[in-house]
Design a protein around this ligand. Structure first.
Ligand code: ZN
Length: 478
């Protein structure tokens, strides 16, 4: 049996986060809306209508291009891609064919072991990024098919990779890094649950040491990292079996992934570009950019996830903590807000250890817990001495459990730290009176003897006396 190598390339469709659709003014957020309510004659392809490109979508696609290292093609244009299917009201998709928005980039991504440590950094070449509009959504019910065109016209970026990925694990790790980048530059929300990021994965085998690419099997429309992984693993096994008896596939094929059954199903022989009869979109003038415009957009890019991860690690966070923040924007916002008031270690302990711990215990999602402002209020209460940092943990636990804010909980539970000099003086005096032996020992040179006095005060005050104040007053008194 020959030693085989797996060759994988991806086509990634990511929905751009714009208010309106790619070529009309319709609401781009169709999630949860009644079918066919966010449509107009343009996205329904009525005769005589004219598409107008969405400037925000183009800017977002440029940002995404730059973030994945692609060069912008200063002259590019839209093309019509024809196919007839009920999800496509125009009878063609407006896409980009031979002159895409950008090309020739690369994304560096990390491979992790099971405990979340980086084992290796790899690079996947990016062939191109182009813009297009999405099709509608079909729901098959028995022998009928329901058509919802709310999604028709949604702006998409299609990102095509080089065949640089060598396993399902690598494909998933790359796709996750790509998702982080698109979110970081605000080009896409890439919410997998809402279908905002979908993959077509091409896989083929070849003998190790050879360079030739064999015909591939393209798995269409994978909409989660799990299905991407499972589909590629399944198809690899199937292709290996095929190789044992018949060698490589005789020609390119297209398959679908049946998630419930955990297997792929032959859809058709792959279409070629000829089948789509591409030609330049006559209703939209070619796009011409000035390098200066591109430079301005490049200068506005935020820190990319890898830079941010390195920064977090330099602040003392570990790899896993850094990724937790990068992958969950709510936690990241909270961490950044707290970090601006205090140090990174404390911010990560509050957010990633305490808050996540209490959320887990209460079986709640991050979105159900306190937000950045509520966390800042808690930090403020600790820092101004209202409560001790120990009491802060109890308050945070109650914030998670009840959804109330810090000051309400502190007040209701009488958790205020006693910082009032008079009250502490009384307590200290009581402690001195009750522990003459400790005072004697201290005066005799045993510094540790004061611990008993402080302990007495803390016990009497039910832990609410400010320990700093107790020490200060005690030393003054003896
Ligand atoms: Zn429309």
């Amino acid at each position: 049996m020959s030693d085989l190598e797996v060759i994988i390339g991806l086509e990634v469709h990511a929905q751009m986060s714009t208010k309106t659709k790619m070529f009309c003014g319709c609401d781009n957020d169709a999630f949860g809306k009644q079918p066919n309510t966010t449509v107009c004659p343009i996205c329904m392809g009525h005769p005589g209508t004219l598409p107008v490109p969405n400037a925000t979508a183009i800017e977002k696609a440029i940002k995404a291009s730059l973030a994945i290292g692609c060069s912008i093609n200063l002259s590019n244009h839209f093309d019509r891609k024809h196919y007839f299917y009920p999800d496509l009201p125009m009878g063609f998709q407006i896409s980009q064919y031979d002159f895409p928005l950008s090309s020739k980039g690369a994304v560096t991504y990390d491979m992790f072991d099971t405990s979340g440590n980086v084992t290796e950094s790899k690079e996947c070449g990016i062939t191109r990024l182009h813009m297009e509009n999405d099709a509608g959504k079909l729901t098959h019910k028995g022998s009928t098919t329901l058509c919802d065109y709310n999604r028709a016209g949604t702006p998409l970026m299609e990102i095509v990779t080089e065949p640089d990925l060598r396993s399902a694990d690598e494909a998933v790790a790359f796709a996750q890094e790509l998702r982080r980048i698109l979110i970081a530059v605000k080009a896409s929300e890439a919410d997998m649950f809402k279908g905002m990021m979908r993959f077509d994965a091409s896989i083929s085998l070849r003998e190790k040491g050879t360079e030739k690419l064999n015909p591939r099997s393209e798995i269409k429309n994978l909409n989660s990292f799990k299905s991407l992984e499972r589909a590629l693993q399944y198809e690899e096994k199937r292709l290996r079996k095929h190789w044992d008896t018949d060698g490589p596939l005789p020609g390119d094929i297209t398959v679908g992934w049946i998630d419930d059954e955990g297997k792929t199903k032959m859809l058709r022989d792959k279409e070629t570009a000829d089948d789509y009869r591409y030609f330049p979109e006559p209703d939209i003038p070619p796009l011409e950019f000035d390098q200066k415009e591109i430079d301005v957009i490049a200068a506005s890019l935020p820190k990319l996830p890898r830079e941010l991860k390195d920064e977090y690690i330099s602040l003392g966070l570990d790899e896993k903590q850094a990724l937790q923040l990068i992958d969950q924007s709510t936690l990241q916002t909270m961490f950044e807000a707290i970090r601006s008031k205090t140090d990174a270690k404390r911010a990560s302990s509050l957010v990633l250890t305490q808050l996540l711990g209490f959320l887990n215990a209460a079986e709640k999602e991050v979105a159900e817990g306190p937000d950045a402002d509520a966390m800042l209020e808690l930090v403020g209460k600790i820092d101004d001495g209202t409560i001790s940092s120990n009491a802060g943990k109890d308050v945070l636990q109650k914030m998670v459990e009840t959804g109330k804010n810090a000051s309400t909980i502190i007040e209701a539970e009488g958790m205020q730290q006693i910082s009032d000099d008079g009250a502490i003086e009384d307590l200290v005096q009581q402690a001195i009176d009750a522990n003459p032996k400790a005072i004697e020992d201290y005066k005799g040179g045993n510094e540790k003897a004061l611990g008993a006095i402080v302990g007495f005060v803390m016990k009497e005050s039910k832990g609410q006396a400010n320990p700093g104040k107790v020490n200060e007053i005690l030393k003054k008194k003896i």
